[in-house]
Design a protein around this ligand. Sequence first.
Ligand SMILES: CC(C)(COP(=O)(O)OP(=O)(O)OC[C@H]1O[C@@H](n2cnc3c(N)ncnc32)[C@H](O)[C@@H]1OP(=O)(O)O)[C@@H](O)C(=O)NCCC(=O)NCCS
Length: 172
Amino acid sequence: MDDGAPMDDEALLTFALALPLAGSDDVKTASGRLRRVERADADVIGNLYWLAYPPGIAACDLQDAIADIHATFDGKYGAFWPEGSFVVEVDRTVVGVALTVWRAPWAGTPDGPFVVELFTDPGRRRRGYAKQLLAAVATAASMVGEDMIGLRVDASNAPALNLYRSLGFHEI
Ligand SMILES: CC(C)(COP(=O)(O)OP(=O)(O)OC[C@H]1O[C@@H](n2cnc3c(N)ncnc32)[C@H](O)[C@@H]1OP(=O)(O)O)[C@@H](O)C(=O)NCCC(=O)NCCS
């Protein structure tokens, strides 16, 4: 989870996206079924969280991963914003997740909703699911009058950096 540990804070870049998201109609065409996250999804999300990262990067084991997702719902990384948090499903299986807090608890983060976790099924990447999830977060934030959303990313995470830049996120 993006709390600065176990990742080195020095390696984290903070990004913001000005709203509304340009071209969001295009990215809604990915084939997954998008819905708001529910608390009942926490264990399933924890399992996917464990699979989504190399071992030791986000969590030390499966139980740790599941516990961290429950802690996210409980506000460990800022007040959880369920209306701005989404899963994407294929054949009733969760294949991607975006978890968002109302405001990040870390200094230097933008004044807007903040995506504290975003990940997709390793076997179903490059199918547009992460874009679809971020477009949904951006739309939800626009609908409640927010001007921007933010997130943090490790400077070595090339797939995520490409994804964010392709959507118009800029480093702050
Ligand atoms: C980063 C991540 C969420 C992207 O998920 P995804 O569903 O594969 O992303 P999308 O299919 O929506 O990709 C959209 C765009 O992002 C960029 N992108 C995604 N994966 C990429 C990769 N491996 N290499 C280069 N660019 C990539 C591309 O621009 C891509 O568009 P294209 O496929 O048309 O070229 C996924 O790789 C992941 O879960 N990684 C592990 C967890 C993680 O690092 N999360 C981010 C934490 S900040």
